[in-house]
Design a protein around this ligand. Structure first.
Ligand code: MF3
Ligand code: CO
Length: 291
């Protein structure tokens, strides 16, 4: 709900301008949409230009780390080596790997191989071999600002089935991104992602989704993909969230390894693929901050 400001009070966005000359019309528009029954973002989710600039600095590290991994990942390497690379590059650039000690998560990165859906533990014992596909999910804290993105990597020759899965998962994110624009709804994005996966005979994990990000690791809203056009939260300029559908080749069902409470696998043992981008809603449409 709008915390009421007088027309001549300084705007909540810290621009230094009067509310009536800054975000008042914007807030009124949001409240009108809320009265129509839609979920709307609280102003805490709307980043100002200074915050966006600082978040982008954090994103630079995340992108540099994933670019380095893209160049150096190879058959015979362990996922523990990827963890070390992530830690070293992130800290050399002045950042902190956000996963490390997050709710007790014990590593700097998640490396999820084949039928691992997400939150895979890097390990000396997981040696990358030809035919593997894996997601490397990086997140950085820089000066208190968060970034989060992930990419898929293919080791050597992979099967045509896995190649298609990785490709379609990427297309899902691209098609979802096209739907990100101010005054649309998150469900516009979710349905585009969902429809493309299903048209290819795949399923999208229901329990785990994207999230707001920037001032914290995981902010509102929760971003699902089994959602419908015109539903879910209103998108407005200044919101930042991730698009990160986990696309399963087979059934939608997943389970969490009860030995560690983190690693997520497909129930049917078939592969899963995920790409994650971090998107800013702008006045014109969207800007991808991290990939
Ligand atoms: N990057 C993942 C996400 O989008 C988070 C994994 S970090 C972990 O939420 F600590 F939760 F594993
Ligand atoms: Co994320």
């Amino acid at each position: 709900m709008a915390d009421k400001l007088g027309r001549n009070d300084p705007c909540w966005c810290k621009s230094g301008r009067k509310y009536k000359q800054c975000h008042q019309a914007f807030d009124d528009k949001i409240q009108a949409i809320a009265r129509m029954g839609h979920t709307v973002p609280h102003r805490d989710l709307i980043k100002n230009p200074e915050q966006i600039a600082k978040i982008k600095e954090s994103c630079k590290i995340n992108i540099a780390v994933l670019d380095y991994i893209e160049e150096h990942i190879h058959e015979g390497m362990s996922t523990a080596e990827i963890d070390k690379i992530v830690y070293d590059i992130t800290t050399d650039m002045g950042g902190i790997p956000a996963p490390l000690n997050y709710k007790g998560y014990p590593y700097s990165v998640c490396t999820s191989v084949n039928e691992q859906v997400c939150h895979g533990f890097p390990s000396e014992d997981v040696i990358l071999k030809p035919g593997d596909i894996l997601n490397v999910d990086c997140s950085t804290i820089l000066n208190g600002y968060f970034s989060d993105s992930s990419r898929m990597f293919c080791i050597g020759e992979i099967s045509p089935e896995k190649k298609k899965l990785v490709q379609v998962a990427k297309e899902c994110v691209e098609l979802g991104l096209k739907e990100v624009k101010p005054w649309g709804f998150l469900g516009d994005m979710g349905q585009a992602v969902h429809d493309h996966a299903f048209a290819n005979g795949y399923t999208i994990v229901r329990e785990i989704g994207g999230h707001g990000v920037g001032l914290d690791f995981h902010e509102e809203p929760w971003v699902g993909y089994n959602t419908r056009r015109g539903e879910e939260m209103l998108m407005v300029p200044g919101m930042i969230f991730t698009i990160e559908p986990m696309v399963n080749m087979g059934k939608v069902d997943i389970y969490i390894d009860d030995k560690n409470g983190w690693e997520v696998y497909t129930e049917d043992g078939l592969p899963s693929a995920q790409w994650e981008i971090m998107v800013l809603v702008t006045e014109e449409g969207s800007e991808v901050l991290c990939w």
